[in-house]
Design a binder for this molecule. Sequence first.
Ligand SMILES: Nc1nc2c(c(=O)[nH]1)N[C@H]1C(S)=C(S)[C@@H](COP(=O)(O)OP(=O)(O)OC[C@H]3O[C@@H](n4cnc5c(=O)[nH]c(N)nc54)[C@H](O)[C@@H]3O)O[C@H]1N2
Ligand SMILES: Nc1nc2c(c(=O)[nH]1)N[C@H]1C(S)=C(S)[C@@H](COP(=O)(O)OP(=O)(O)OC[C@H]3O[C@@H](n4cnc5c(=O)[nH]c(N)nc54)[C@H](O)[C@@H]3O)O[C@H]1N2
Ligand code: SF4
Ligand SMILES: [Mo]
Length: 762
Amino acid sequence: MCISKYLIAKLKCYMKTRRDFIKISALGAGTLALGAGISRYTFGSTVLDDLLAMTGGGKEKLHRYPTYCEVCFWKCAGWAHVTEDGNIKKITGNYDDPQCNGKLCPRGTGGVGMYNDPDRLKTPLLRVIKDGKQTYREASWDEALDFVATKMSDMKAKYGPESMALFMHGSPANYLTHLMKAYGTGNMAAPSFAQCRGARDVGFEATFGESVSSPEVTDIRDTRCLVLIGSHIGENMHNGQVQEMSQAIDNGAVIITVDPRLSTAASKSKYWLPIKPSTDIALLLAWIHVLIYDDLYNKEYVAANAEGLEELKAHVVSFTPEWAYGITTLKPDLIRSTAREMANAAPSTIIHPGRHTAWYGDDVQRTRAIAILNALLGSWGNRGGIFFKEGIKIPEFPHPEYPKPAWTWKDLLNGNYPLANEAPTNLVIEASSPAGGQEAKIKGWVVAGTNLVSTVPLKEQFKKALQSLDLLIVVDTMPMEITGYADVVLPECTYLERYDDIRTTAHREPTLGLRMPAVDPKNQTKPAWWIAKQLGERLGLAAFFNYKEYTEVLDWQLKQVGSSLAEMQRIGVKKIARKTSPYIEPGTPHIFKTASGKIQLFSHELAAAGFDPMPLFTKHPEPEEGFYRLIYGRAPMHTFSRTANNPNLVALMPENSVWVNPQVAGIWGFKKDQYVWLKNQDGEISKFPVKVRLTERIRWDSVYIVHGFGHHHKPLHLAYGRGANDTEMITNVMIDPIMGGTGMRGNFITFIKDDPRKETES
Ligand SMILES: Nc1nc2c(c(=O)[nH]1)N[C@H]1C(S)=C(S)[C@@H](COP(=O)(O)OP(=O)(O)OC[C@H]3O[C@@H](n4cnc5c(=O)[nH]c(N)nc54)[C@H](O)[C@@H]3O)O[C@H]1N2
Ligand SMILES: Nc1nc2c(c(=O)[nH]1)N[C@H]1C(S)=C(S)[C@@H](COP(=O)(O)OP(=O)(O)OC[C@H]3O[C@@H](n4cnc5c(=O)[nH]c(N)nc54)[C@H](O)[C@@H]3O)O[C@H]1N2
Ligand code: SF4
Ligand SMILES: [Mo]
């Protein structure tokens, strides 16, 4: 029996029992020594080193290599500067890149910490049983890849290729999607849909026929009025957007921020509307009411471009600011005066579409209300509003036609979530365990670049699925929680050590961006393109991977669009002249990409699918006495769990804190920086204590924490046990019936002052 068949046999026998969560630290001493410990880090010197690097301290000769950042998905282009002896000294922005204008955010500068992190995954790992216990052992690439390919071939024969699903985020997604399509499945899901931007995309598509993309096509640079509904730009550090907002402020634009918390953006705003959380739709409807009934909307634009005004007018007749006051706690005068500010600046007004919009389960309707406001103000297609993007399309490297899957995630919908145009992760997770006497449809997962454990808030379904799966492969750079459930862990090298696909941005102007390795991969790590190709070849799909090195693909693709790998290696970013206008040309009718060619104030598509064709306010439960609504967001120096163990960024922000209003703190007798445990409405207790931050910047009915902390996987030496994990507290999920997004802000927490556990689970 070949080694992989043997391992599969072994795997089968314990999979019938359960898939234990394995700490990778359970590995042999050799690996631990390589992994080093927290003592290797000295925060002071890490920061000092960075500062020295930035000021060019030492005057050594540096070589620079183009890259684009992978610390978040704004994908700023920059340069990795490497010393003669092969150390990455610093990363700087590329001045030719409109996404960053030569400046990286703190996370981008700290990206080198991803490369230097001693806790990185180093070799492929295989789940085995040793002394009756599940553990991992190191494996060679050949062994690990043979094992995965044998297992995937068996699954294809037994259950069909559709039984495999891919969960993905970031650069590895493309190569593995290609592999999975070639293999024969169409079940790819990204948390960046159902847990993030999905509701917004669907809401804008239903209204304007297209989404606002990434980077968003908001013309913040030239706006005269920017309205932020929750969007906390400045803490949400999407680079170009932050720069443009600060430019807009300098140019005297009016900023209106609606947030129960005095966010950084709110603190820079002319108007801060500290709304009662979950009531935004009431405010949006009242604004629509004022624009229509006070005759403030852009009549010419609406007449030329939109349909459904009469229906909308009748719909909002009773949604007055006085009505909204009772719901939102925002004074009617404030609602009227802010509506006037928007109208005065129109059409150079943006009601920001938001990005992470999985809030309360009625999120498509909220983003529809936002889209409708933009339409009434004439923002879409006007300078200072929302512009038309232009990009450059790079052809796919030639490959055979993909086989057609017998079924896809769409067949799992059963009439639910009719407007889901990408697979909701939660749907695929649910389909991965048996239900109603039926076998699970999905039997195996490949997970690449997403830490599902702290990303998807469906712990019970998730646990069930993990116990039912025949195969779980994780491609990651770090020993994040998800790796502890894998049968096979495949270590990817970091973005600074590899080529990746050409970045093709569609925005104000089309640009191309190159990422190339600045240094060789550390340890046994490999790029995801290589992993996909190796698996493809072993699965008999070599024709889909008809190249030796990925540079062949990149050079071929670049040549199709008038550039070359050699050119891009030199310049990193290439701007291409725009061919079309970013704005509606005066006198030229614009055809929107909706079925009728017009903006849908009244959505025929939603009506046909059985939903309210115009947004309605739904009342959501409120916290009971002694409980507070849990809201969450970003901090400028971290990207969710992606950076949680990054030594450079941990030095800047080692843990999160829970923001508590002083009134509430008074009731509880909290002192500054006291550590407390959180407990939610379902009795779920945070694994670790979290520091109290006393601040007037949060309403008394809510508490706030930054997402991405509270890791419980010990091999993450820096992240382990620091702060609280919001995902743990999110046991009530409100699913958007329109597209399957997981609303996560209907959870309420209370505090526990004394250690509720003698021993903390790890
Ligand atoms: N509770 C709660 N849940 C949320 C959110 C929230 O605010 N609160 N936010 C939601 C949002 S907006 C989003 S977009 C999602 C994001 O959630 P995810 O898609 O899960 O993103 P990350 O947390 O960044 O996970 C990134 C994973 O990728 C790995 N990784 C980093 N670089 C690489 C690489 O180059 N190659 C590979 N193979 N792996 C890499 C990291 O080690 C980590 O395991 O989470 C959503 N879930
Ligand atoms: N530094 C940094 N920047 C990031 C990321 C990161 O991890 N780190 N992640 C990126 C990603 S993937 C995304 S999707 C974006 C997400 O960032 P955004 O889309 O800007 O923000 P959200 O997560 O939707 O909202 C967070 C804000 O909503 C407020 N809020 C909570 N409840 C309510 C409510 O009921 N009504 C209103 N009006 N406001 C409310 C919170 O107080 C907080 O200020 O950030 C991106 N930028
Ligand atoms: S915004 Fe910051 S983290 Fe995101 S890609 Fe740009 S530099 Fe990197
Ligand atoms: Mo996101």
